[in-house]
Design a binder for this molecule. Structure first.
Ligand code: NAD
Ligand code: USQ
Length: 397
C-alpha cells in the first residue's frame, strides 16, 4: 500500500512511518517541523535526543535497507500539500499533522488562533486534495477522545441512536471538548463527515486516548531512530510526565483531586490500531469513528502506578496535588465504548507490563537531559498565561 504519513516527524508519526515501511508498504512522510519550533518558542525539548528527519530517514535506510520518502512543507499551504498528494498518489493517508496540545492552545488568543488555523485549515486542504486527486484513498485522521468531554452517560463510537418527540435517528454523539485544541478536533470531525457525505470520500476518525511510551521494535534498532518524548507543561501527556517527574525527584503533578479519568494506550497500540484501520478501510460516503484506547485510569491512579513502578527500581517518589490549572470536572462518570478495534484484532499492551522496562528505564537513561523548570505547569485555563507556577495544595502521603 502507498501510505502518506502527515506529521511524520512527530511523536507518533515517525514510529508509524517506520512501522509501515518495515511491513513492505511504500511510505512517504510530510512535516514542516512545527513541533520542533514550538519547543524552541517555549524553551523546552524532547527528553530523548532526536535526530533530524533527514538523519532519521538516512539511518532507517542504513539499518534496514528500506526507503522512506520525505516532503518538507506546510499542510496549510494548498500548493504544497495538493502537489504532494497528486504526485505520491497515496492509497492511505494517516493524518497526525496537527498541533496536539491542550495547554498550548490555552496560552492566549494568538496560540488559540494558531492552533485553529493550523489544524482546521490543514485538514480542509487534505480533504480538498483527496477530492481532486485521490478520491478513492482512505483518510485515517487522528482525533481525540477529548472531543466527547465527560458526559454523564456512556460514550458510543461516534454515533448513537436517539429518540426525540416520538421520532428516532442515528446521529453524531454530542461533543463537549475541554480546550481550544480539543475543539479543533471537533471542527475537523465535522468537516470530514461533511466531505465524506458530499464527495463520497472514505475516512476513519480515530478518537484516540492519551498515549504513553517510548519504545517500538523499529526505534529500538538504533538510537538514531528514537522518537520524541515530551514531559513539559505544554506537550507532555500525563503518564509520560509522571515518569520523568519520578526520575527527576519532582512531586508528581496530579491536578486537583486527580479523579479526572481518561482512556490511555501504549504507543505500540497506536501503531497496531492504525494498521488495523488501514487494512480494513470503510465504505465511502460516511465517516467511520473508532474510539482508540485500551485502559481507563484517573490521574491519581496513574500517579500511584508510576510511584509503585519507580519505587520498584529504587527511586523515591512523592505525589503532589497541585491546584488544577485547567477548568475540568474532577469527579465524573466515564464509560466510553472501544469495541471496534478489538473486533478487528487489537491485542492490547497493558500499563503494568510495560511501565518499568520500556518507559521508566528509558527515562533514567536520559535523565541528564531533563529541564526541570519546564515541568510544573504555568498555563491556566481561566486567567491566561502567567509566570506564576501552580502550587502544591497537599501531598498524597
Ligand atoms: P506531534 O506534535 O509529536 O506530531 C505532529 C507532527 O505534525 C509534528 O512533527 C509537527 O511538526 C507536524 N505538523 C503540525 N502541523 C503541521 C503542518 N501544518 N504542516 C506540516 N507538519 C505539521 O504530536 P503527536 O503526539 O505525535 O500526535 C499526533 C496526532 O495524534 C495529533 O493530531 C494529536 O492531536 C493526535 N493525538 C495524540 C495523542 C497523544 O497522546 N500523543 C492522543 C490523542 C490524539
Ligand atoms: N493531568 C494531571 N497532571 C499533569 C498533566 C495532566 O493531572 O501533569 C490531568 C489533566 O488535568 C487531564 C488528564 O490528566 O485531566 C490528561 O491530561 P494530558 O495532559 O495527559 O492530556 P490532554 O491534555 O487531554 O491531551 C493529550 C494529548 C492530546 C490528545 C489527548 C487525548 O496531548 O493530543 O488529544 O491527550 S484525550 O485526553 O483523550 O483527549
Amino acid at each position: 500500500m502507498r501510505i502518506l504519513v502527515l506529521g511524520g516527524d512527530g511523536y507518533l508519526g515517525w514510529p508509524t512511518a517506520m512501522y509501515f515501511s518495515q511491513r513492505d508498504h511504500e511510505v512517504a512522510v510530510v512535516d514542516n517541523f512545527t513541533r520542533r519550533l514550538m519547543h524552541a518558542e517555549r524553551g523546552t525539548d524532547s527528553l530523548t535526543p532526536i535526530a533530524s528527519l533527514h538523519a532519521r530517514v538516512a539511518a532507517w535506510e542504513e539499518v534496514t535497507g528500506r526507503k522512506i520518502q520525505m516532503y518538507i512543507g506546510d499542510i496549510k499551504d494548498w500548493f504544497f500539500i495538493s502537489k504532494v498528494i497528486r504526485e505520491f498518489q497515496p492509497e492511505t493517508i494517516v493524518h497526525y499533522g496537527e498541533i496536539p496540545s491542550a495547554p498550548y492552545s490555552m496560552i492566549d488568543v494568538h496560540h488559540a488562533v494558531r492552533v485553529h488555523e493550523n489544524n482546521v485549515n490543514g485538514t480542509l486542504n487534505v480533504l480538498w486534495a483527496m477530492h481532486e486527486f485521490v478520491p478513492e484513498a482512505h483518510l485515517i485522521k487522528l482525533g481525540t477522545m477529548g472531543e466527547y468531554g465527560t458526559p454523564n452517560i456512556d460514550i458510543p463510537e461516534g454515533y448513537f441512536e436517539v429518540e426525540y418527540r416520538g421520532r428516532k435517528d442515528v446521529l453524531p454523539f454530542p461533543k463537549q471538548p475541554g480546550s481550544f485544541y480539543h475543539l479543533t478536533k471537533v471542527h475537523d470531525s465535522n468537516n470530514i463527515m461533511f466531505a465524506c457525505k458530499i464527495w463520497n470520500l472514505r475516512a476513519t476518525d480515530l478518537n484516540q486516548g492519551v498515549v504513553y511510551g517510548i519504545e517500538t521494535p523499529e526505534a529500538n534498532l538504533d538510537d538514531r531512530l528514537l522518537t520524541r518524548f515530551d514531559y513539559d507543561e505544554s506537550f507532555g501527556t500525563a503518564l509520560n510526565r509522571f515518569c520523568v517527574q519520578a526520575v527527576a525527584g519532582i512531586p508528581l503533578t496530579v491536578f486537583g483531586k486527580g479523579h479526572q479519568t481518561r482512556g490511555y494506550l501504549n504507543i505500540l497500540d497506536t501503531l497496531q490500531c492504525v494498521e488495523l484501520t488501514a487494512l480494513h478501510p470503510p465504505e465511502p460516503g460516511r465517516m467511520r469513528v473508532f474510539n482508540q484506547w485500551v485502559e481507563r485510569f484517573s490521574a491519581l491512579e496513574l500517579a500511584r502506578a508510576v510511584k509503585r513502578a519507580a519505587e520498584s527500581v529504587g527511586l523515591q517518589v512523592r505525589i503532589g496535588h497541585y491546584r488544577n490549572p485547567r477548568v475540568e470536572a474532577e469527579e465524573h462518570y466515564y464509560n466510553p465504548d472501544h469495541n471496534e478495534l478489538y473486533d478487528l484484532g487489537l491485542k492490547p499492551h497493558l500499563l503494568d507490563d510495560t511501565l518499568v522496562e520500556s518507559v521508566i528505564r528509558r527515562v533514567m537513561q536520559y535523565k541528564d537531559r531533563i529541564i526541570k523548570q519546564s515541568i510544573v505547569p504555568r498555563i491556566y485555563w481561566q486567567k491566561g498565561a502567567t509566570d506564576e507556577y501552580v502550587e502544591i495544595v497537599e501531598y498524597e502521603d
